[in-house]
Design a protein around this ligand. Structure first.
Ligand code: ADP
Ligand code: MG
Length: 254
C-alpha cells in the first residue's frame, strides 16, 4: 500500500496552507457548537492508495475541518473504507461493535493502559468520563466489572465509542457505525454524534443518505475511488454540482 497522505502536523508543502476557514452557518440548529471550528485538521492532497496497481483511492484532495462532522457516501467498493483507514492519530469505530471479551472497565481503560497509565484512580476517572461522553455511563455504572459481551448491540457500539475517545484522539472515524444496529440504537448513535460534535472532529462513512444529511456538516461523495464532490451537506443533498452525485442521491444507482 502506497500513499501520499499528510496530517496537519507533518504538512509543509500543501499548496494552500492558508486555506481560510469557510464561515458557514451551523447546519442543524439542534447541534450546539462548543469549540471553534473551521480550521483544517487533516488535509489530503492528490491522495491515492494502491492495492497492487489498482488505485482504490484515486487522487483525492479533501480537507477535514476541526470540530465538524464530515460524512463520506458512495456505492460499495468505491474506496470509502480504504480512505478512512489511511488516517493517523485516530480513534476508530467499526460497522460491527467489537468490544474485547473483557470487562466494561477494561475495554475503556485499554488504550490509556497501552499509553502507560496504571494508576487505578486516574484510570477510573478516564473510564467514567469516557462512558459519560458516550452516553453509556448511567446504564453500566453498577456493573463495570461485567463482561462487555453481555451488553446489547447498541450499548456495545457506544462502549466502542467510549473506548475510542478514552485516548483523546484528534479525530474519530466511524465506518458505518450504525448499519448493524436497530433503529432505536441507531438514533442513539446519531444523537451521540451530535453531542460529540464541536469537541471532536468526526468522519463517518454511511450508506444511509438520510443519516449523512442528519448528522454531518460536510459530505464527500466517493465513486470508483474518486472524490466526485465535497461540499456543505445541505448543498450536496439539495443542489449537487455533479450529475453523478445527483444520480446517486436520488437513488439511480448504488
Ligand atoms: N485489503 C485489500 N486488498 C486488495 N483490495 C482491496 C483491499 N481492501 C479493499 N480493496 C479493494 O479496494 C476497493 C475499495 O474498497 P473499500 O475501500 O473497502 O470500499 P468501500 O468502503 O467504499 O465499500 C474495492 O475494489 C476493494 O475490492
Ligand atoms: Mg466500507
Amino acid at each position: 500500500m502506497m500513499n501520499t497522505f499528510e496530517s496537519e502536523e507533518t504538512v509543509n508543502n500543501a499548496r494552500d496552507n492558508s486555506a481560510a476557514p469557510l464561515a458557514r452557518p451551523s447546519p442543524g440548529a439542534h447541534h450546539g457548537r462548543t469549540q471553534s471550528s473551521g480550521a483544517p485538521l487533516i488535509r489530503a492532497r492528490e491522495f491515492s492508495v494502491f492495492y497492487g496497481t489498482k488505485a482504490a483511492v484515486d487522487r483525492v484532495t479533501l480537507d477535514i475541518r476541526a470540530g465538524e462532522v464530515t460524512a463520506i457516501i458512495g456505492p460499495s467498493g468505491c474506496g470509502k473504507s480504504t480512505y478512512l483507514r489511511a488516517r493517523k492519530m485516530i480513534g476508530m469505530v467499526f460497522q460491527k461493535p467489537n468490544p474485547f471479551p473483557k470487562s466494561i472497565f477494561d475495554n475503556v481503560a485499554f488504550g490509556p493502559r497501552i499509553h502507560g497509565l496504571s494508576e487505578r484512580g486516574t484510570l477510573a476517572e478516564i473510564v467514567e468520563r469516557s462512558l459519560r461522553r458516550a452516553a453509556l455511563f448511567d446504564e453500566v455504572k453498577d456493573r463495570l466489572d461485567h463482561n462487555a459481551l453481555g451488553l446489547s448491540g447498541g450499548q456495545q457500539q457506544r462502549l466502542c465509542i467510549a473506548r475510542a475517545i478514552a485516548v483523546d484522539p484528534k479525530i474519530l472515524l466511524m465506518d458505518e457505525p450504525a448499519s448493524a444496529l436497530d433503529p432505536r440504537s441507531t438514533t442513539r448513535i446519531e444523537d451521540l454524534i451530535g453531542e460529540l460534535r464541536g469537541d471532536y472532529t468526526i468522519v463517518i462513512v454511511t450508506h444511509n443518505m438520510q443519516q449523512a444529511a442528519r448528522v454531518s456538516d460536510m459530505t464527500a461523495f466517493f465513486y470508483e475511488g474518486r472524490l466526485v464532490e465535497f461540499d456543505d451537506t445541505d448543498r450536496i443533498f439539495t443542489k449537487p454540482r455533479a450529475k453523478e452525485t445527483e444520480d446517486y442521491i436520488t437513488g439511480r444507482f448504488g
